[in-house]
Design a protein. Sequence first.
Length: 424
Amino acid sequence: MKKAQNIVLLLALILTTGRAQDAGNQQILYKLSEVPVVDMHTHLSNKSEYDQAVKTMDGWGGVISISLNGGDSGLMQYAKDSLNNRILLAGRGKHFSPTEIQVLKKSGFVGLKSHLRYHTLASEIADEQIEKMGELNFPFIGLHVADPPEDHYYEPDKFMVAQQDAERVIRKHPETNFIMAHGFYLTNRDADIDTLRKFFDRNPNLYADIVCTKWWDDPQPSYVKIRKLLIDYKDRFLFGTDFQVHRSAPAFKYMREKLETAKPLTFGMNGGPFPGLALPLDVINRIYYWNAAKIIPGVKEALGQQGFKISDLPPVSSPIIPDLDYNPPHIQVLLHPDTVKLSDDLLNITVDLSSYDRTVAARLNIMNYKKKLVTTLFEGEIGGRKSLKWDMKDKNGIKVKTGYYRFWLILEENKSAESNFNLE
């Protein structure tokens, strides 16, 4: 790491680097000597995973990771002595007495991760616990409520009850900071985004991480609304990856490209592709490190140990050009009929990656409605457009039955594009 520096980004710096833009033209990654990254949502369980996380961060530009898996004093001491505090630990659990919260804070944990889903409502957490957390500046980190609304276990009524219950608890305890996991699961549809805006407006103690949910591959105009949401509430979002050791640096490099550039990219678990968000530099600074340093104890000090001096003043805003809109092009990767007759014998599909600036390793699977693999139609390198045909047979050469199916294009690591069709 370079020597200690003040990375309050001055307007002059933004102008001289040519990055003061709001038009979505940014095509290069920012220098991480200027913009350190704090990953506040990771899952690490032992020393070897801590070591692997640090190596992976070195590959994509991360500086500090916060593990939400809890841990013991031995792990905390190892992170401090051997890894120079590049791994910080959050406690894990739902119900604690005020004394137990005090012990967690004194032991060096930087907050509390609680995974509620539908099993426990936020209002079931004792008021005295939440009040003690606020008194000690011990935030909820990665508080999970409900479940993402794209899988088979999604129950809309329970989801809405859990979300609204959590928001009432947040409003009841303004002295305690709440960082909600996965964008509070309210970044999937236009109406969800509008709800999250209202939650932010009512609760200055509410924050959310940007860990991947369906927001990244929602159709426009939601995509544009998400970019505006991140800009308008730049003081409320924190960077996170949901990192586990089986994932490697390229996946997180693409996450940075998604935020920093306008390149057409797939992303994370849910694909796309869509153009990058090309967020202004002051927004990037807040999301990457400044918000975390402000509300999570220990982050500012840990960044200081890596040579970054974090100012108490927020990063300077980029100049916004009046009447300049961000209008990303529509990108469609999987081209095929929505309905196909089984009697046709062949289904034609085109994989169009012509908007990419590189050739990528790809695998095109066909899945049934139960998300089980039917067959792999292609595996290899793809660049530009490629036409493929499916003979309606599974991997054993047996003719499939009518029903709903899905093309699942997997690009490189943990990036995908999906498209459904009906076989009659």
